[in-house]
Write a protein that binds this ligand. Structure first.
Ligand SMILES: [Zn+2]
Length: 193
């Protein structure tokens, strides 16, 4: 598989995501939720499709505000199903609304979604997937793994030779605290494009 860093750099859509977002530590709850929305929507589609729809998704899902999406009722559901700018998939839309409700509960119980993630860290990818499957909807191995890599909880987003890799290291991503045994081989994956 071609390596994400190599194809992304300089690309109109992949470039900005690769250079400024992918693998950078993210702490804001709404932005974390937004990233999860993007990953859920990717299932079965290319990441390029999602990047092209990123802004439409942000607008459609109330700027990724968890408290607003959690309150979506039937009228909002129908609006999303009719929105040609986003991914009109009933299961994905329902999962996003359901997950917003779950995250709202996590915020009440743990202070924030981010704190809940920190509380469980470090876990191996397999343990994270188990936890996400138990907690959320539409969060299989691929989606959970990509989500956690993209926010800095799991390593592997960038190749060690990539300039962004060093930039991210300076920001102390969570995966730096993982034990050696938990880490996948450095730079062995990279996201599907
Ligand atoms: Zn890179």
């Amino acid at each position: 598989m071609s390596f994400y860093c190599a194809i992304a750099r300089g690309h109109a859509h992949h470039g900005p995501y690769h250079d400024k977002e992918y693998g950078f530590p993210l702490k804001d709850d709404d932005e974390l939720f937004g990233r999860l929305i993007l990953e859920i929507n990717q299932a079965g589609l290319s990441w390029l499709t999602i990047l092209k729809k990123q802004e439409s998704l942000r607008v459609a899902y109330s700027n990724f505000e968890i408290s607003k999406v959690a309150r979506y009722g039937e009228r909002q559901r129908q609006r999303l199903l009719a929105d040609e700018g986003i991914i009109r998939n009933r299961l994905k839309i329902d999962a996003v609304i359901h997950n917003a409700k779950v995250i709202l509960q996590l915020q009440k119980q743990y202070g924030s979604f981010y704190k809940w993630l920190c509380l469980h860290h470090p876990l191996s990818k397999a343990e994270w997937v188990k936890l996400f499957k138990k907690t959320f909807r539409f969060t299989g191995g691929e989606i959970t793994g990509e989500f956690l890599m993209s926010i800095g909880f799991l390593p592997g987003a960038h190749h060690a030779d990539c300039p962004v890799y060093r930039e991210i290291l300076e920001r102390k991503p969570k995966w730096l605290l993982c034990s050696e045994a938990m880490l996948p081989r450095q730079g062995s994956t990279g996201r599907q494009i």
